[in-house]
Design a protein around this ligand. Structure first.
Ligand SMILES: NC(=O)c1ccc[n+]([C@@H]2O[C@H](COP(=O)([O-])OP(=O)(O)OC[C@H]3O[C@@H](n4cnc5c(N)ncnc54)[C@H](O)[C@@H]3O)[C@@H](O)[C@H]2O)c1
Length: 249
């Protein structure tokens, strides 16, 4: 199950393509009708049958309907869940972090971090039924280092990464692994909301050990690895797919 496909540039679409290439049966979720139209167009070019499901993590009714529909959608259980969801108000992604208001903070942390725990709670019984599973979330280096303008999203990513570790502990006994991929900058809809994305892309080309920006295919391949048996004893881990940028001082 892959969440977070908004359009062809979405990291989640790169991940979905990689899973399809490896023969997975896919369920994708969309946030609203506008994104469903984009998704349907993308799925037109896919040979395999793909099920789609509405999921707005900021809406309790949507979360409940999603949890209720899971059984019918995947009667044999779900093996993999990809969380590729983030949102913050544009005004909180520029200027000073100091000026973040409570509403903006709660919104960013609820959608971008808490939703992982809520989704995991909804999906893990289905994974247990399948004999175990793998959960992969998307994060960014702004969780541990100050990236100008990333602000409240950096705090949300820190919460998401900490959630990865606690969820990994809770679910390890069920053979459910929980990891995150920390991706380098990619020009997507969400990234367009962060002032300075062009600078971040430029910085990778100038300063990263591999002086090239990553693609969504790179993230897809890493997600396939994390979800495969090759990674069967890897959990609670943050895997950097960023051309090595995170090691630079
Ligand atoms: N683009 C980058 O540079 C970059 C780098 C590292 C990590 N990430 C992370 O990758 C993930 C995917 O982002 P992206 O860059 O592909 O952008 P994107 O805009 O393509 O994807 C963001 C997704 O979040 C979904 N979303 C937002 N609010 C939601 C809600 N209430 N309910 C359900 N879905 C909701 C949107 O529908 C969209 O599909 C995010 O977690 C983002 O922080 C992005």
């Amino acid at each position: 199950m892959v969440t977070g496909i908004a359009n062809k540039r979405s990291i989640a679409w790169g991940i979905a393509r990689a899973y399809l290439r490896e023969g997975a049966s896919l369920i994708v979720t969309y946030q609203n009708e506008r994104f469903k139209e984009n998704l349907d167009k993308l799925l037109d070019d896919v040979d395999a049958p793909v099920k789609s499901l509405l999921l707005d993590v900021s809406n309790d009714e949507s979360m409940t309907a999603f949890a209720n529909d899971l059984e019918a959608m995947a009667p044999k259980g779900i093996d993999i869940l990809v969380h590729s969801i983030a949102y913050a108000d544009r005004t909180d992604l520029e200027g000073r972090f100091l000026d973040t208001k409570r509403d903006g903070f709660v919104m960013a942390l609820t959608v971008s971090a808490y939703s992982l725990t809520e989704l995991t709670r909804a999906v893990y019984p289905s994974m247990t039924k399948a004999g175990g599973g793998s959960i992969v979330a998307m994060t960014y280096q702004g969780s541990t280092r100050v990236m100008p303008n990333y602000n409240v999203m950096g705090v949300a990513k820190a919460a998401l990464e900490s959630s990865i570790r606690y969820l990994a502990f809770d679910l390890g006994k069920e053979h459910i692994r929980v990891n995150a991929i920390s991706a380098g900058p990619v020009k997507t809809l969400a990234a367009a909301g962060v002032k300075g994305i062009s600078q971040a892309l430029h910085s990778t080309e100038e300063r990263a050990p591999i002086p090239e920006n990553i693609s969504t295919d790179d993230v897809g391949n890493a997600a396939v690895f994390l979800s495969s048996d090759w990674a069967r004893h890897i959990t609670g881990h943050i895997l950097f797919v960023d051309s090595g940028s995170h090691i630079m001082g």
